[in-house]
Design a protein around this ligand. Structure first.
Ligand code: GRF
Length: 193
């Protein structure tokens, strides 16, 4: 794998909204001994709140129009090449990543999902965990394949659901651990390559 200056691997982070995981990925990438650098930020949504972290950190960001997924992915592949991206981190990115894109990029793509995969693939994970009276929830960082939320698990962390939890409080608890495990998972993945 090609390393960039300072021996950090260039990563791109894809977001659609709030971007709190992006915020922590940027924060952790700034540590001297971090294994990665956030070199590019992509959003399909020009109003994504998370874009403020791109502006603050002066990392290049692009808003990609997804009206036509094929055109969007062609643009993305060009940008990924231009910014020498070796790994993509999806962080609340709400668009499908096609098989064609995965094959053409031909480098790892990670995603963070707010459940203990393989439980609760897809949306509304916290609602489903509460409804089913689960004792635990958590978050999973996994490799992206063409099958939704199904790739190899890189890191997973479990938390306890209390009887008092509701969807909102559970989301908050899970998000807190996500902010720690995403960077840890990227480092774990990169150091095992
Ligand atoms: C996170 O809970 C992540 O697991 C899921 O989308 C949410 C994104 O949150 N894929 P944020 O935009 O990073 O704050």
């Amino acid at each position: 794998m090609a390393k960039s200056i300072g021996n950090k691997t260039n990563i791109a982070v894809f977001i659609s909204g709030r971007g709190s995981n992006l915020k922590y990925l940027i924060k952790n990438s700034n540590y001297k001994n971090s294994l990665f650098r956030v070199n590019l930020i992509i959003s399909n949504n020009s109003n994504a709140l998370g874009l403020k972290y791109a502006e603050k950190s002066k990392i290049k960001f692009y808003v990609i129009n997804y009206n036509n997924i094929e055109n969007a992915e062609i643009k993305l592949l060009k940008l990924l090449k231009k910014f020498k991206i070796e790994l993509i981190c999806l962080a609340g990115f709400m668009k499908i990543i096609s098989k064609k894109f995965i094959d053409k990029f031909n480098k790892p793509i990670l995603n963070i999902h707010p459940s203990l995969l393989p439980k609760y693939k897809g949306l509304n994970t916290h609602f489903r965990a509460i409804r089913n009276k689960d004792k635990y929830s958590g978050s999973t960082v996994h490799l992206v394949t063409e099958k939704l939320d199904s790739g190899k698990i890189i890191l997973q962390k479990k938390i306890k659901i209390s009887k008092l939890d509701n969807v909102k409080s559970l989301e908050k608890k899970v998000l807190k651990i996500e902010h720690k495990i995403y960077s840890a998972a990227v480092c774990k993945f990169l150091s095992n390559l």
